[in-house]
Design a protein around this ligand. Structure first.
Ligand code: FMN
Length: 213
């Protein structure tokens, strides 16, 4: 990819307020966006997330009610809720280590040091009390990956934090599942009536946000 292609996709992307409800993202492109979520990096590689693709239109209407009535929830082609783990148990760590061992064809005992690091930090360390907070940081990396992947494919999106997580959890059946709603992303195509598409980008200049030492 040429540098200018990347730069163009970065300025082409904006948070769409009004989607064209008649335009659907083709399966191949949406599956690539799903892959960008799945392939996102996370601390220790633990992937403390679940991506809930809400296809049911009635459910999306109910989610809109608890998303400050934002139209993107129902008008976008695809709506993905980013849920994160609210606790990390020893069995989660064991499942993960066994998965690595199987995938890489190694004995799980090779990972004893790695297990100790994770347990000392996330199960017995101070971060054990804030797993949900930690996991939310991780899922925002996935959000960034998906937004950029979509832009490169010229698929529009809107990252969505304007929602009531507890109400989402109830509607999505997440209560008691070990996962909680963090945010969502609406994917689709901008409506010609979406005024923000021609608005100037609001970004501080480079010398304001970078420091070189
Ligand atoms: C984590 C996050 C949550 C956001 N939540 C919403 C939202 O609920 N509704 C909305 O219309 N825009 C939302 N936005 C869009 C931001 O307002 C927008 O990204 C920002 O103003 C920069 O503009 P741009 O993305 O169009 O360049 C959110 C953005 C981020 C990164």
């Amino acid at each position: 990819m040429e540098v200018n292609e990347l730069l163009e996709s970065l300025s082409w992307r904006y948070a769409v307020k009004k989607f064209d409800p008649t335009k659907k993202v083709p399966d191949e492109k949406f599956e690539a966006i799903e892959e960008s979520l799945r392939m996102s990096p996370s601390s220790y590689g633990l992937q403390p997330w679940q991506f809930v693709v809400v296809k049911d239109e009635e459910l999306r209407k109910k989610l809109q009610e608890v998303s400050f009535r934002q139209p993107q929830v129902v008008d976008a082609s695809h709506y993905v809720v980013l849920a994160v783990k609210d606790r990390l148990l020893m069995e989660d760590v064991e499942e993960y280590l066994n998965f690595i061992a199987k995938t890489r064809g190694i004995d799980v005992s090779v990972l004893d040091g790695f297990r100790k690091s994770i347990v000392g930090d996330m199960i017995e360390g101070p971060r054990a009390a804030m797993v949900n907070y930690w996991a939310t940081h991780q899922v925002y990396i996935a959000m960034g990956f998906a937004m950029e992947a979509a832009a490169l494919l010229r698929v529009d999106c809107c990252p969505m934090e304007g929602l009531i997580p507890g109400e989402y959890d109830k509607l999505l059946g997440l209560v008691g599942s070990g996962y909680r709603t963090a945010a969502a992303i609406a994917f689709g195509y901008r409506s010609p009536e979406c005024k923000l598409q021609s608005a100037q980008k609001i970004r501080y200049p480079k010398d304001r946000v970078f420091k070189y030492l």
